[in-house]
Design a protein around this ligand. Sequence first.
Ligand code: RTP
Ligand code: MG
Length: 148
Amino acid sequence: MERTYLMVKPDGVQRNLIGDIVSRFEKKGFQLVGAKLMNVSKATAEEHYAEHKERPFFGELVDFITSGPVFAMVWQGENVIATARQMMGATNPKDALPGTIRGDFGVTVGKNIIHGSDSPESAQREIGIFFKEEELTEYSKSMNDWIY
Ligand code: RTP
Ligand code: MG
């Protein structure tokens, strides 16, 4: 079963949006296999966002993601990586459609509420950065009969 790394960013946590965001993915039919509220260290933030190291906003991005607790999650389901990205909406909330998380709750690109892995390779890498194998759980197969 495909897995992705999703993270409610510090703005989403401070605005009490964890419940709404978790609820959207639950209702969709995806399964939460790991979750924790945590502070991100500067080193972890730099590793997570390594692909943006040369971008002008890198410093701000690292400062922001380390500025308060995040809610780190691993979700699983068929096509969960791409579908979660659709449910999140465009990176810049001004382009994100109503009905998406960023479209419903965000205004600026710097505070866009949620992160989601953008490929299977990113998902595997990011899950490994934020979770130990023993922090992730398994479900019984029968639960899936109602969704698939
Ligand atoms: P994310 O990684 O957070 O899920 O977002 P994304 O894939 O949609 O966007 P990405 O290109 O990976 O950018 C990572 C985050 O950097 C911030 N950003 N700021 N100031 C800017 O122009 C700018 N561009 C990107 C956003 O918070 C974005 O989510
Ligand atoms: Mg990204």
